[in-house]
Design a protein around this ligand. Sequence first.
Ligand code: C6P
Length: 405
Amino acid sequence: MFDVEKIRQEFPILGIQVNGKNLVYLDNAATTQKPKSVINSLVKYYETRNSNVHRGVHFLSDKATTEYENARSNIARYINAEKPHELIFVRGTTEAVNLAASSYGEIAVKAGDEVIVSYLEHHSNIVPWQLLCERKGASLKVIPVNDSGELDIEAYKKLLNGKTKIVAVNHISNSLGTINPVKEIIRLAHDAGAVVLIDGAQSVQHTKINVLDLDADFFAFSGHKMYGPTGIGVLYGKEKLLDSMPPYQGGGDMIQNVSFEKTTYNELPYKFEAGTPDISGAIVLSDAVDFILSAGIENIANHEHEILEYGTAKLREIDGFRLIGSAKKKASVISFLLDGIHPYDTGMILDKMGIAVRTGLHCTEPLMKRFGIPGTVRASIAMYNTKSELDLLVEGVKKAKKMLL
Ligand code: C6P
């Protein structure tokens, strides 16, 4: 049974007041709040485990190394990766995409080739590919979206051809909440001989991920959007691809032998983890995964969907409310505008009422241009949000409208 009130008690920050009002936290796509188990795990690490990994022969180093590698295995199981060493610990989705674009891009893309992204992408899944294309003399192609914010799959099929080397798309859009048909996107890309990176920053916390079933070549995500700490994330890659790729950064741990004449590199995953990694981050992220599993990912998805439908229906009743992104398959995001009001002003007034939303471009400037808008107000939902919080949002939006028009 999914008991949202019980879940809320696990998140200390949800009890604070903002501007004299109970906090209503609806900025979960930017980052989620952290449960006690995650916060305590971080403290416990520094109180009882802290040491560097893969280096020392002493007790603490051994303990930290074991827990760091156990974390990798646990997170690998969570996304159903075949082998733990197919998971590279990075800072977050942004670094994961940059790693893939720099390293895989280096061997896979040459002048005249093409890389496909979509209009729905976060800047993190556009700019690294743009940099690669500029470096290589390749070109970037873009899958269009329709007015509901859904990818045009027929147009995508036409973009694919023998020159397509990489397709990089998100699983769930951070700005509109669109759930993309990634399994079909991957299958079509593979038929054309291309490799696919899925940006899972907005999906790992909302839906069951199975990289094997998806047949994803790369899958990227951030810990802080899934109830874990900032500064840690994962690039999953198929072993044979990661093996074929050159190192991304040089330094300690990523080498086998170093000489001035010739350096040889470590095996996976260490080849891509130069320097001291975010040890506590990885261990604590694994605890965040356990927290999600204990709540049940399907329970979370069902609960969030109910809140999404409820909030969207209530907001739609407001005169002048314009929903941006009405895909048939949507998760956790309500992006909107109020006629005649700048999103920033709405966000400021909501903040006065203790309601945290994000306003602006959400790092998806091309998408906002496509819709011809200056940005949106975005309420994004997590497992701990309730219908009464959405009622408060609706009240807040009505009040903002009254004050600003
Ligand atoms: N989106 C949002 O408010 P990092 O910053 O590396 O953890 O994640 C980047 C990123 C990549 N892809 C998608 C789909 C994302 O949503 C994000 C982060 C936040 O929407 C911050 S801009």
